[in-house]
Design a protein around this ligand. Structure first.
Ligand code: FEO
Ligand code: CA
Ligand code: CA
Length: 747
């Protein structure tokens, strides 16, 4: 199997597992009350959605949840997008489509001679829509004219961009996500430029006609932000000098600017109308070549916790764990910047600090093509999956909820110092500077009693100041090495936090915990918030928590500044025949595995769940499901019985947890199944709820690396096989889904 870019695990801290959580639970009488309340509501599980919560300031209409109104789609291993009867899709754009008419149409044979900087990026991921009013300004209302901002996650499928796969040392037919197979040697400049530019964000203008939404070639709003685009480094004013000292490179010795964004996975939309492109598993692009100088011990400790290479290659270990971009040139900084060895006399003369410039939420104003994007260091540096703004309340701070996507990583919250002022809607990057520079960063601790705490990440906390695995110098260091800081504070290790989402009707926050493996979860290494350890039904994805779950929480007092919250588990992924592991009672009609994308429709209140799965792929491709949400506490306490084979011996254990009311086929249905090898990721809708945009990422993911063009469609020929674009290789794409009768999607 190819090494998954998302598949890192760098948390070697000793933060708590179930023994401590369990002992706390037994001592805590408040659990009893919560359990009793939960059981009462559980018996009412049905279609009814709870009414909107007036205290969060939403209009009554927003997020109302109706009954699902479509027939669940069966599992599918076809190489097609499958939708329920009555629905159809068009493709808005796919990897390589031009932004401008002066750029040739995409060949899909890898013969482009341009550097891709004016083409749609690859690996479509998180996205959002921004309407434009008659004056050309941001509008919260649908005007029939908009831009769509789309993340492009990784270069794992870059072999499809070149005529004969990726080339290194003159040998073609390679695939760089197969780490450890690489000879030392140079890569061709044009291949590398294409790979750098396939990353980042694409912004294209959309217009609505009688035929639906389509994108407009040559709009002055069409824009690419890539791994090469200049960006600003921003942060709290009291710590900005220290932050920039950590970012100093040969490109900008002051550390005030850096270049580009990488591995943009989930996203965020700010209340003022900008886009947050979140930098997820960006760590694998760097290299320390054979014979290069090491970095100092502190930098090594920092890099280790982020999965960044921290020692030079040796003659015994020449395996390239990078894309080899640094091999093009040692003098041209577009390429030399990926070599993070200490090649200069000081950090300001080389790129040893380059990894410090990635791992942030990157704010982009989609309606201002000349506005310089900003890295929001105040929101912490980790593998940012997505940034979800809680429901904004005028006069109160804003809260953004963020996951760190690797196994055993944490959930974080950023609370702005500035109080929300609705006059800032349309305020662009200046509003971003106001809300996202100053604030407090917290890590989440989920307790065994169904409650949790936000722990502030401050250098003033002695646990951080005295942390030994990494010696923090100051608050800037805490923000830039947030994973280490969260370790010090005892945050709860989660089963790989993927997207978060906010339920617009009541302000509750949901997080997809996609899965975890057998080295992290066994029956004696679980906790209440990550309570399952079992064997995959047919052993395809091993053991641990192979199918994942979705956790949700409610801030105390519905307040952005709450220090505590209540949580339960909305739903557990499982195969329907998984026995005791199928805790949510899934059936063949709604079984799913490895939830990843997560998003609530404002128009219908549906909670949309997208999967990126490797455990059920013998039975079905990845999918999009619709769920009717309910609320925290509508289920009750359960005891999970865990059974797993560990080192050849059967191990059993029990873990108490809290689960939402059963969903059943009435409240959870499969809406879409993707083509072969694809994950479903990225979702947004038009204001009327009648057009749904959904991204299909990396069809043909398991296609072997090879040079013969005819073999590139061995796994998938999508989307050409469904009528879009030239036949050649599989491509990521944005779907535009509508109901044939023009009605609301999903209800
Ligand atoms: Fe990019 Fe965490 O999936
Ligand atoms: Ca994903
Ligand atoms: Ca399986």
């Amino acid at each position: 199997m190819a090494h998954d870019f998302d598949d890192d695990s760098c948390n070697h801290s000793t933060n708590e597992h179930f023994q401590t959580v369990l002992s706390q639970a037994l001592e805590n009488p408040s659990r009893r009350r919560l359990i009793q309340g939960g059981f009462g509501l559980a018996t009412l599980s049905g279609l009814a959605m709870l009414p909107g919560c007036a205290s969060v300031g939403q209009s009554a209409a927003a997020g109302k949840a109706a009954a699902l109104g479509f027939a669940s789609v069966d599992k599918s291993i076809l190489d097609n997008v499958i939708l329920p009867p009555g629905y159809s899709f068009k493709i808005l754009h796919a990897s390589g489509d031009p932004l401008n008419a002066s750029v040739p149409a995409y060949s899909n044979r890898g013969v482009e001679s341009d550097d891709w900087s004016a083409r749609i990026g690859d690996q479509h991921d998180g996205m959002d829509i921004y309407y434009i009013d008659a004056a050309g300004k941001y509008s919260v209302k649908d005007t029939g004219r908009a831009v769509l901002s789309v993340n492009h996650e990784s270069s794992a499928e870059a072999h499809f961009l070149h005529a004969k796969g990726q080339t290194s040392n003159g040998i073609s037919g390679r695939k760089f996500d197969q780490f450890g197979q690489w000879d030392l040697g140079t890569r061709p400049e044009l291949e590398v430029l294409k790979e750098i530019n396939l990353h980042g964000v694409s912004v294209v203008e959309l217009s609505k006609t009688a035929a639906g939404w389509s994108y407009k070639l040559d709009s002055p709003l069409n824009r690419r932000v890539t791994a090469q685009t200049p960006v600003r480094i921003t942060g709290p004013s009291a710590h900005l000098a220290d932050i920039r000292a950590l970012m100093a490179t040969r490109y900008d010795r002051s550390g005030a600017t850096s270049r580009g964004t990488l591995n943009n996975c989930g996203h965020g939309k700010t209340p003022w109308g900008t886009y947050l492109a979140c930098e997820e598993n960006w760590a694998v692009y760097f290299q320390m070549p054979l014979g290069s100088n090491p970095v100092d011990a502190k930098a090594m400790a920092s890099r280790k916790r982020y999965g960044v290479v921290n020692t030079p290659l040796t003659s015994a270990n020449k395996a390239e764990r990078s894309q080899g971009w640094h091999t093009v040139s040692t003098t041209d900084d577009r390429f030399a910047r990926w070599n993070i060895a200490a090649v200069g006399a000081t950090a300001a003369e080389d790129f040893r600090n380059e990894p410090n410039t990635f791992g942030f939420n990157v704010e982009i104003d989609p309606l201002a093509p000349n506005a310089v994007p900003a890295k929001r260091v105040a929101m912490g540096r980790f593998a940012h999956e997505a940034a979800v703004c809680g429901l904004p309340k005028v006069g109160a701070p804003l809260a953004f909820y963020m996951g760190c996507d690797s196994r055993n990583e944490y959930i974080y919250k950023f609370v702005s110092t500035a109080l929300w002022d609705a006059k800032d809607v349309g305020g662009g990057m200046a509003a971003g500077d106001k809300y996202l520079s100053e604030g407090k960063l917290y890590a989440a601790k989920f307790n065994a009693d169904g409650k949790g705490q936000w722990i502030e990440m401050t250098f003033a906390d002695p646990r951080i100041a005295n942390h030994t695995a990494y010696r923090f110098a100051n608050q800037a260091d805490v923000l830039v090495n947030a994973r280490h800081a969260a370790d010090a504070l005892g945050a709860t290790k989660m089963d790989r936090p993927e997207w978060g989402a906010v339920n617009h009707s009541n302000g509750e926050i949901y997080f997809a915990l996609t899965n975890n493996n057998a080295s992290n979860r066994t029956p004696v290494k679980v906790d209440a918030a990550n309570p399952r350890a079992y064997m995959d039904a047919d052993g395809k994805k091993g053991a641990g928590n192979p199918n994942g779950h979705i956790i949700r929480f409610k801030e105390d007092g519905h307040s952005s500044t709450a220090m505590g919250f209540a949580w339960d588990i909305f739903v557990f992924g499982a195969e329907e025949d998984a026995g005791a592991a199928n805790l949510s009672g899934l059936t063949a009609k709604n079984a799913f595995s490895s939830p990843d994308g997560l998003w609530f429709s404002k128009a219908t209140g549906i909670c949309w769940i997208q999967t990126d799965d490797g455990a059920m792929t013998d039975e079905t491709n990845c999918m999009l499901l619709a769920a009717v949400p309910g609320q925290v506490g509508d289920g009750g306490k359960i005891t999970v019985s865990n059974t797993m084979t560990v080192n050849g011996a059967q191990v059993t254990g029990k873990q108490d947890t809290f689960i939402g009311a059963a969903l059943g086929e009435a409240r959870l249905r499969r809406f879409l199944v993707a083509p072969k090898g694809a994950e479903v990721t990225g979702i947004t809708e038009t204001e009327d709820g009648k057009t749904l945009f959904v991204n299909i990422q990396h069809p043909g993911e398991n296609t072997p690396a090879m040079g013969a063009a005819a073999q590139y469609t061995l796994e998938s020929g999508w989307p050409a096989n469904q009528g879009y674009g030239p036949v050649g290789r599989p491509r990521s794409a944005t779907l535009v889904i509508t109901r044939q009768d023009g009605g609301l999607i999903g209800v």
